[in-house]
Design a protein around this ligand. Sequence first.
Ligand code: ZN
Ligand code: ZN
Length: 314
Amino acid sequence: MPANTLNRRHFLRLGAVASAAALVPHWLTAQAADMVAQSRATAAKTPITTTKLYDNLFLLQGVGGNMALQTGPDGKILIDSSYSTAVPGILDAIKKAGEGPAYTLINTHWHFDHTDGNEAIHAAGYRILAHENTRARLSSPQTIKAFGLSLPAAPAGALPTATFGSSFHIWKNGDSLDLVHFDPAHTDSDIYIHFHKADVLHVGDTWFNGFYPFIDESSGGSIGGMIAANVTALNIASDTTKIIPGHGPVGSKADLQRFHDVLSAIRDKVAALKAQGLTEKEAAAKKPTAEFDSVWGHGILTPDQFVGIVYRTI
Ligand SMILES: [Zn+2]
Ligand SMILES: [Zn+2]
């Protein structure tokens, strides 16, 4: 899919910049800011595609995290807001998808590829609902060490207007939604959203479908937390559930199980190398991901970058 290719290419460039971080951090920060600007520029040119998952539930995709939209007379519920520059296209897609006034935007977690559009969606009449850590992180400057990113606090209009701790429930448009906080996984702000009647589960960035996931160690993420989040989602999903990952195509429980098994196998291999006393670099040189790289190694992280994150967060 072209949008995903663009997204991956962009993040690959971010990765290349990050590897220069140790040499020239001041230069890197400027470059990283430029990369956010480039993402916004790409998002401005990328159309939003709409895929029907259920009568009144749609997948919206562009640049940035996968979005979902529930329509109906009780008000529209949007999950994640992509980049600010994508919002005109998102609002257009929302209008075309079906009836209902603006109601609520839900954020799966705080990362900018899922929340940069918050302010504009809020201005269009949506309140913003998220885990309390999403609001806390958006309210203050953040760093994403792995990409060498320093991000300012989000503007006031982009902040969640309502937050919850462990769980929240919504009954709207003929369906019931569970919003539940994962223990720290990809970040410490991750939630899943489960549409019971539609049989759809959005798991945010606890799942990258088809490639090694980014795990944000600067925000409390860890390989063990990711695997535990996958187990939680697998316990909720049935064989017919459509599962929306943060990035990549919608998949099934079997697809998520495969991702979980790959992460678990790599975690075990890297843990064994670390236990032998190998440094992060020495562990990566042993190529513990080799058997998976042909399928999983073509996403936003190189195999060595992924091994580094696994090593550091075990
Ligand atoms: Zn993401
Ligand atoms: Zn993320």
